[in-house]
Design a protein around this ligand. Structure first.
Ligand code: A3P
Length: 291
């Protein structure tokens, strides 16, 4: 029943057909996951929602600096605030305001979160770059024990035979959520917009979060979160070195729009486009595959 993770199924849990990775040492992880909808939220909780590999670390770093009003490297890693891999007790003990992040669908988030109308930042990235980034993620994180080929991975990604399911469903669920709940405080950005004009996006996020700050601060935050700098400084903090093959941290890999062109053959790209057209035929979402 579990996706064939090229030899490993231990890291992927099947939650009623929804595949989730189980990275931590949580006992009763399935019970914890199933109980998330009943967890208590706080009015000032912030949630960053993304399909994996859409720039979550980047946004988490930005938002963490904005809410602290400090243009300083964040010493924690974003996984410490990732809802589906933390225990309820850890969440309960976090100081406010909590900058949380998650890749799960809205219905798996705490119900109390919606009741309190906690703010959400939702970010999307074009699915070809996501596929490349996710392939590298699976290939290089030891625990996956993944040794599949790129050719095979493209097929799996298109089918949603990866943890967190398909990009197509994830993206359309958020599209529907936003259409059905126009009053909900949700801010949407894209990886491509962030790359094109990071200061503008940081400014928009700060406005959405009602952070009272000046332009110089926004510029500092933007600069601190620029890819090369963030990669160097986060990697130097020892971000999960042991988790990566050969001890080379790979979370901050390339940080570009359009790297997919170095990976997809023409045939793979055409297949992807065909599946995209079919799966997204009712969607108004228009990802940018290049800048
Ligand atoms: P690549 O693998 O294409 O380089 P997530 O944080 O959701 O797991 O997404 C990871 C992707 O975001 C990786 O993409 C990573 O390099 C990129 N990324 C992380 N920090 C970034 C930053 N500051 N600027 C641009 N891209 C960043």
């Amino acid at each position: 029943k579990l996706p064939d993770n090229a030899g490993t199924s231990v890291t992927v849990m099947d939650l009623d057909g929804y595949y989730l990775p189980t990275f931590n040492e949580l006992k009763n992880h399935e019970e914890e996951l199933r109980s998330i909808p009943d967890w208590q939220a706080r009015d000032d909780d912030l949630m960053i929602c993304t399909y994996p590999k859409s720039g979550t670390h980047w946004i988490w770093e930005i938002v963490s600096m904005l809410v602290k009003k400090k243009a300083e490297r964040v010493s924690a890693v974003k996984e410490t605030a990732m809802l589906e891999i933390m225990a309820k007790a850890t969440l309960d003990n976090m100081p406010s305001p909590r900058v949380l992040n998650s890749h799960v669908y809205f219905e798996y988030l705490p119900k109390d979160f919606a009741k309190r109308r906690c703010k959400i930042i939702y970010a999307m990235r074009n699915p070809k770059d996501v596929a490349v980034s996710f392939f590298n993620h699976h290939s290089k994180i030891c625990e996956y024990e993944f040794s599949g080929t790129w050719e095979n991975y493209v097929q799996r990604f298109l089918k949603g035979d990866v943890d967190y399911g398909t990009w197509f469903d994830y993206t359309q669920k958020w599209e529907k959520f936003m259409a059905d709940n126009p009053e909900y405080p949700i801010f949407m950005t894209t990886y491509e917009d962030m790359k094109q004009d990071p200061l503008r996006q940081v400014t928009r996020i700060a406005k959405f979060l009602e952070i009272d700050c000046d332009q110089a601060f926004l510029q500092e935050v933007t600069d601190l979160c620029q890819f090369d700098r963030m990669k160097k400084e986060k990697d130097a903090l020892g971000e999960q070195v042991d988790a990566w093959k050969d001890g080379v941290p790979g979370m901050y890999r390339k940080g570009q729009v359009g790297d997919w062109k170095n990976w997809f053959t023409v045939a793979q790209s055409e297949l992807f486009d065909r599946v995209y057209q079919e799966r997204m035929k009712d969607s108004k979402v228009q990802p940018r595959f290049t800048l």
